[in-house]
Write a protein that binds this ligand. Structure first.
Ligand code: IMP
Ligand code: MG
Length: 183
């Protein structure tokens, strides 16, 4: 399966170690998350903010399954500052044009590893006085310290380097329809 022609055509001949979450498993979980999200926001304006680039496939599947009015926008965050010091400072390279004040904000992330990026983003977004601010992550490696409060989580992820379904290694493998362990 992992060295099947379909996989090989997509990876350029590089075999992946194992498929951690296949297409059907991902789809079923995304539908459940969308149902939970629909139920969790009975009223008010809901703005779904996808953190680029990793969330792009997850976000597109998720928003199409949410059965309430929503707005969709994106965030592009980048670490900056003196590279010698891993300050954890985050700058918005693309700042959503949509107003955040008074709205429910759901930040959609692909995977939580150290959780540092997210931690900074939450402070930054919280300052814009949203009605509520919550995180939906497809994958959680459960390594982040302190643990971020994740309101919606797709899967617990193994402590491996995962690719596919939006997740990349040097911009490769984002297009794989499944999530695989690269090593
Ligand atoms: P954090 O700030 O350490 O939580 O970093 C999270 C970001 O690192 C994610 O949004 C991903 O872009 C990237 N990342 C973390 N783990 C993986 C992985 O296993 N595969 C691909 N990208 C990852
Ligand atoms: Mg990445």
């Amino acid at each position: 399966m992992l060295s099947s022609p379909e996989v090989m055509r997509r990876t350029g001949g590089l075999p992946v170690k194992s498929i951690v979450f296949d297409e059907r498993t991902i789809d079923a979980r995304v539908q459940e998350l969308a149902r939970d999200i629909t139920a969790a926001y009975p009223d008010g304006d809901l703005l779904v903010l996808g953190l680029l680039k990793g969330s792009f496939i997850f976000l597109s599947d998720l928003v199409r399954a949410i059965e309430r009015p929503i707005q969709v926008d994106f965030l592009v965050a980048s670490s900056y500052g003196d590279r010698k010091f891993s300050s954890g400072t985050v700058r918005l390279v693309y700042d959503p044009e949509t107003r955040l004040e008074g709205k429910h904000i759901l930040l959609v992330e692909d995977i939580i590893d150290t959780g540092k990026t997210l931690q900074r983003l939450m402070v930054l977004l919280g300052a814009r006085r949203p009605r509520s601010l919550a995180i939906c992550a497809l994958l959680d490696k459960q390594l982040a310290e302190p643990r971020p409060e994740l309101r919606f989580v797709g899967f617990r992820a193994p402590p491996a380097f995962l690719v596919g379904y939006g997740l990349d290694h040097a911009e490769n493998f984002r297009h794989l329809p499944f999530i695989a362990d690269l090593e």
